[in-house]
Write a protein that binds this ligand. Structure first.
Ligand SMILES: [Zn+2]
Ligand SMILES: [Zn+2]
Length: 258
């Protein structure tokens, strides 16, 4: 499985982009940064977008991607996948014919976007991948994903989460024999901002350690996303001090093969 990091920052600045991960050229995990980085040809290969939650930094490239699909007369529909409340918020607040046209109805005979809601804990086969959504603990409805490819390689992506994600129960059930190959998990704030992290549904390095202890098997790679760029140096130091060798902060533009 090939994961290209389009963005992995907890806010937008020059050289720091909101989260989006391109898996095997065709699937996106979140869509905070897509059209400003991918060529039209690369955009046209996207068929599925898994959204963790409806916060703007995770969805904000969807409008321009839909627009480009229409203008370039791309024939396939992009399926946007998420749990019900996330898709409801996306439709009500973004693709609502007010903030942006409702591309789930444009063109009316063959819309460029489709919405597909999936249920937490159920097993799906989508685009040739095994998909399970698991609840995470954020300030709005949110779910992370367990993604398994045809070779059995397994990626877990949390999106934004505070402590106590129900996702871990699903991960433990799926990893009785082999560990997850890569976990992409958020750390947004440094340790001194623990209170803010908990109120806003995010993690610090110390809180991350607490979450990792809930896993029966430590993932082979633990890749950190969503740090606030203002704190990324101190977060990196605090992560290093945890002494877990497979923890690594993700780098924008880099491709990880798991
Ligand atoms: Zn969020
Ligand atoms: Zn976010």
């Amino acid at each position: 499985m090939k994961i290209k990091v389009l963005g992995c920052s907890g806010s937008e600045m020059p050289n720091s982009h909101p989260p989006a991960f391109l898996v095997d050229n065709s699937m996106l995990l979140d869509a905070g940064t897509v059209t400003s980085l991918l060529t039209e040809n690369a955009q046209s290969k996207i068929t599925h977008i898994f959204i963790t939650h409806a916060h703007l930094d995770h969805i904000k490239s969807i409008p321009s991607l839909a627009d480009n699909m229409l203008v370039n007369n791309i024939k396939h529909k992009i399926e946007i996948i998420g749990v019900k409340n996330v898709l409801k918020a996306l439709k009500a607040n973004l693709l609502n014919n007010s903030i942006w046209p409702d591309f789930t109805n444009i063109p009316s005979h063959k819309p460029v976007l489709g919405l597909r809601s999936i249920e937490v804990g159920k097993r799906y086969s989508i685009n040739g991948y095994g998909i399970i959504a698991g609840k995470v603990n954020h300030s709005v409805p949110a779910a992370g994903y367990i993604i398994t490819d045809s070779k059995g390689r397994r990626l877990v992506y949390t999106g934004d989460t505070g402590p106590g994600a129900g996702l871990w129960t699903r991960v433990n059930a799926e990893t009785k024999t082999t560990a997850v190959n890569a976990l992409i998990i958020e750390v947004t704030f440094p340790n001194k901002m623990k209170d803010l992290a908990i109120i806003t549904g995010h993690l610090t390095p110390a809180l991350l350690l607490g979450e990792l202890k809930k896993l029966k098997k430590l993932p082979e790679k633990i890749l950190i996303t969503h740090p606030k760029p203002q704190f990324s140096k101190i977060i990196a130091k605090e992560l290093h001090r945890l002494g877990i060798k497979q923890i690594e902060m993700l780098k924008e533009g880099k491709t990880y093969v798991i």
